[in-house]
Design a protein around this ligand. Sequence first.
Ligand code: NAI
Ligand code: A1CAB
Length: 275
Amino acid sequence: MNAKICFIGAGNMAKSLIGGLLASGYETQNILATDPNPEQRANLTSQFAIQTYADNGEALMHADIVVLAVKPQILRQVCAEIHDTVQASSPLIISVAAGIRTVDIERWLGGELPIVRTMPNTPALIQTGATGLFANTQVSTEQRSQAEHIMRATGLALWVAQEDQLDTVTALSGSGPAYYFLFMEAMEQAAQDLGLDAKSAHLLTMQTALGAAKMVMESQQSCAQLRANVTSPNGTTQSAIEYFEAHNLRGNVAGAMQAAHKRAQQLADELGGEA
Ligand SMILES: NC(=O)C1=CN([C@@H]2O[C@H](COP(=O)(O)OP(=O)(O)OC[C@H]3O[C@@H](n4cnc5c(N)ncnc54)[C@H](O)[C@@H]3O)[C@@H](O)[C@H]2O)C=CC1
Ligand SMILES: O=C(O)[C@@H]1CCC=N1
């Protein structure tokens, strides 16, 4: 793949995608980035030696693919800035902005454009991300594989058939890292309350989370089977699991994800819309 990719916004998400693309052999001269902040541009040039621009329009003239990597709150304004250029050249548009629907991006850009909307997560910053992708009907087969290639640079990339499924992806993998962080915070605190020093509690919590995740990834067994393997009859794990089940852990997880899903829909309505 040797299409020219232009990143609009050179922050955390753009940096992780660019780092991943370069590590996978993508050519430096085929990646451009824009950012009004001179520090962000200098940072990118020194880290990756790619061409950067302060002006979106100038950079876009060279691009086959445009990755919208600005904050959702300013996406509408950025689309207005680049409207004329993208209407003239009709590049593939990839958005990583949380919660903005393709129909809104397309309207802001003037309509009739191939758009892939994605929902990445923060582990993308260390190339272990999980991203959901959705393509509108203008996206060609070749453009689908280009978008997938770009998002794979930061980890797993998986297509959804309907755009509203991205709200479920948001509730699962988008927000999901925070659920695990909360669980780890709670485990660390409980271990300290039970008499362990803070550093040991922290180290053991992190290594346990890593070990559990690696076992799920690397073994052929289900989560339920792996859990059963740890749970000796009448042992310590059984006592803990019975406590979780009796106190509705599964119901709480479902309730939390339903709340995130509902909020994703509300945010899309608030940030998008006709106004
Ligand atoms: N940080 C993450 O891990 C995740 C980020 N996202 C999405 O990625 C997008 C970017 O997030 P981050 O990289 O974290 O934000 P960031 O704040 O690190 O980067 C955004 C960049 O856009 C630049 N910018 C502002 N106005 C601009 C303009 N008119 N033209 C070009 N660039 C402009 C800013 O100077 C900044 O460097 C957001 O929409 C967010 O929803 C989604 C999931 C996870
Ligand atoms: O919390 C949020 O709204 C965003 C979307 C997924 C992760 N962060």
